[in-house]
Design a protein around this ligand. Structure first.
Ligand code: PSV
Ligand code: MN
Length: 419
């Protein structure tokens, strides 16, 4: 079921298709000189997927305040509608990641039908044991899955199992766990015991998950705990994933690292160790800033995708990924941020596909750093916008998604409808 009028999109594309064909043909000739078939790159681009976070459809906020925009979603059904708009424009975001209890789901069957009617699917569930909910018996102030009190741990485990139960009704196939557990002061927490308690809780969640589900664990360096976190880095995440089970994987949130961390190398290590499960894409300048993917460090995003594409073309066995956006839109229209971030992630993947792998391997073997970097830079500096636009167009989306969205006047309509 379409939300933006297909006639509007068709008209919008009609006035842009001839310029796009021009640019596409030109790029095709350039790439052909490099031995790259643009048709193959475009077909691959039509198969790209990145999941939308239900929570990304609303304005986020900081601890200093929140400034909601007009026409914000009121219910989970509104959020699905907004995801459907993004999908209509970009056509590579049919998957949705839900967050419980931010998403209040009273009628899972109705929600599943609504999601399907919009041509979407719920793929991943996310739990929330980082806030207390009204009427909750035990507080998460001092932790959840790793809390010193077994009653708190049980409550947090039960919440995760409940999320999985809701997800089963919605047709999801993965559950993602991020804990805010940690300490604000030296001495507050016994590091090893806290990790052991976390592992026990994770085992209980894993045991309750359907056999074909994947469980993702998300490490984070700091925040809201400012001195230490229980699942602080990729190494600890890898260890926990390996300890708990075959279908437990590490999820890399780009914002959850120190500013100078070599994230692409973290990605390569997790691939090599068989435990990379997926991503939360976003960008940051200082910490977990939750800025739009590709807005600050596009080269880093490209280098992450370079590792993913390398693993793909080298045929790394059992390599399967859940890519999702996870951002906080504080000053932009959330739909615009989701659209633009999708394009950036799509761009990085497409550029990474253009890397001349044979040439790169040769320069690596001959220890020629300048030329090796040159191979990466050649791919990174290629303007792949015509490939992305052509892929969207072929899939029925917009050649210029933001332009089509602005011209649709849909935000104005939502601001009246959701007043
Ligand atoms: C925490 O910073 C996080 O990255 C986790 O994925 C949460 O589920 C999400 O943000 C929303 O707060
Ligand atoms: Mn995240």
């Amino acid at each position: 079921m379409d939300i933006i009028s297909p006639a509007h999109l068709a008209e919008h594309n009609q006035s842009r298709i001839s310029a796009l064909e021009d640019d596409y043909d030109h790029l095709g000739r350039q790439l052909a000189r490099r031995g790259i078939d643009i048709a193959a790159a475009t077909t691959r681009a039509t198969r790209f997927r990145v999941a939308l976070p239900s929570w990304g459809t609303s304005t986020g906020g900081t601890r200093f305040g929140r400034f909601p925009g007009p026409g914000e979603p009121r219910t989970i059904f509104d959020k699905i509608d907004d995801c459907a708009v993004v999908q209509q424009l970009v056509r590579v975001t049919p998957d949705i990641s839900l967050h419980i209890p931010w998403d209040r789901i009273d009628r899972p069957a109705d929600l599943r039908a609504c999601v399907a009617a919009r041509g979407l699917q719920v793929t991943t569930m996310n739990s929330n044991t980082f806030e207390d909910q009204p009427g909750q018996p035990h507080s998460y102030k001092f932790g959840s899955l790793s809390h010193t009190d077994p009653a708190v741990r049980q409550q947090a485990v039960a919440h995760n199992i409940e999320c999985i139960g809701i997800g089963r009704e919605l047709g999801a196939r993965a559950h993602s766990v991020w804990i805010a557990d940690g300490g604000n002061f030296p001495g507050q927490q016994h590091f090893r015991r806290a990790l052991d308690r976390y592992l026990d809780s994770l085992r209980a969640i894993y045991a309750a998950a359907p056999a074909d589900w994947r469980l993702y664990i998300e490490h984070k360096l700091f925040e809201p705990a400012f001195y230490s976190t229980v699942l602080n880095d990729w190494g600890t995440s890898y260890y926990c994933a390996r300890e708990v089970g075959e279908r437990v994987f590490s999820l890399v949130d780009l914002g959850h690292h120190a500013p100078t961390t070599n994230i692409e190398m973290v990605v390569a290590r997790l691939i090599q160790l068989g435990k990379l499960g997926g991503f939360h894409f976003n960008d940051s300048k200082y910490g977990d800033d939750d800025l739009d993917a590709g807005s600050i460090a596009p080269f880093q995003l490209f280098l992450v995708f370079n590792e993913l594409v390398a693993a793909e073309v080298e045929g790394v066995a059992g390599f399967e990924l859940d890519c999702m956006l996870d951002q906080s839109h504080n000053v932009t229209d959330p739909i615009e941020s989701l659209v633009s971030s999708t394009i950036e992630v799509h761009r990085a993947d497409t550029q990474a596909f253009l890397v001349d792998r044979a040439a790169l391997a040769g320069y690596q073997d001959r220890n020629d750093p300048m030329m090796a970097l040159g191979v990466l830079k050649q791919a990174f500096t290629t303007d792949v916008a015509p490939i992305l636009a052509m892929a969207r167009h072929r899939l029925g989306g917009a050649i210029d998604p933001l332009g089509a969205w602005r011209a649709s006047g849909h935000r104005q309509h939502l601001s009246e409808e959701r007043r």
